[in-house]
Unconditional design. Sequence first.
Length: 347
Amino acid sequence: MIKKFGKHSNSLINLKKSFFLENDFHVASQQKIASIYSKQEKRLQCKACGKKLIGTNDLIKLGVGYEICPNCSHLNGVFDDSNEYCMQVYSDSEGSDYSKNYQSNDISTFNSRISSIYLPKAEFLLSSLKEIGEVPELINYFDFGAGSGYFISALQRSGIEKISGSEVSLTQVRQGEKYLGKNILKHHEMEDTIHLLSTIKADVVSMIGVLEHLQEPLEALAALKKNPHVKYLYYSVPMFGLSVMIETLRDDIFHRHLQGGHTHLYTNESIEIMEQGFKFKPVSEWHFGSDMMDLYRFITVSLKKQDASEKLIKYAENIFAKTLDNIQFEIDKNQMGSETHRLVKVK
């Protein structure tokens, strides 16, 4: 199986400057969502393996409990992703609130996000397909949960023409249409998820940062498994690792990883058990994370809150500028980073 580790962090830090500069705004937003989430019914089954949860709190963060699944080690929020919760997070106001984290106000920002984040994802997918004898330009692709069409555009720039996608946020679809045209990216309702996944006519379905947001991820994977057209699934998911531990240090600094739409996180074991359950065959995996960027952000924002001198803050920034990627690479090599990408053969 093809394995890849690590990714440079400079471009991501530049795109996430708001997390450094507008910390209090993001904290208020995450606290609002946590309040909504904590009012839902209890979660009874693991999101990754479907087994019954015990109901213990292994971790409490922002007033929300989380349980490590005794069967697969998946980290589950103790509350359910109800229709009410998902509507308020993803669909209310046409998804405009949630889409703020992914908006590009002009073509330059749109292109920058594609080049720094999505082109490497597209290149990894296409090189993996080539390694197993596929001709990427000759097969069909569908990007589910496509947002504003960043990954679609990245594939197009990589020579792929047979590509389309769908997104639940009408705001993001309208934004994507400005850059992609009106025939590539479509809007779908949340309740159409299973039907859409079971009827897609594509060789490759991609879900970049999507599976963790679905109400019923196992039902979604089952729909893909039954779909006679789908040969491969390319997906990325957030992982239960160092970033979560860093976020437990302070509630007044924005929690990028385990908050908002991320009510559960994967582990290497939960992914393995999940894929084995559907008899998916792993083709390639790419492990990289933003854990050290999160530590860097927590330290510098904390120093500013403590009215530290600019000289001290610059000193801390210089330390991370010289060591961040090297330390993160070691975390990634041990498959403990905050994110993973995987290509699996569905059939």
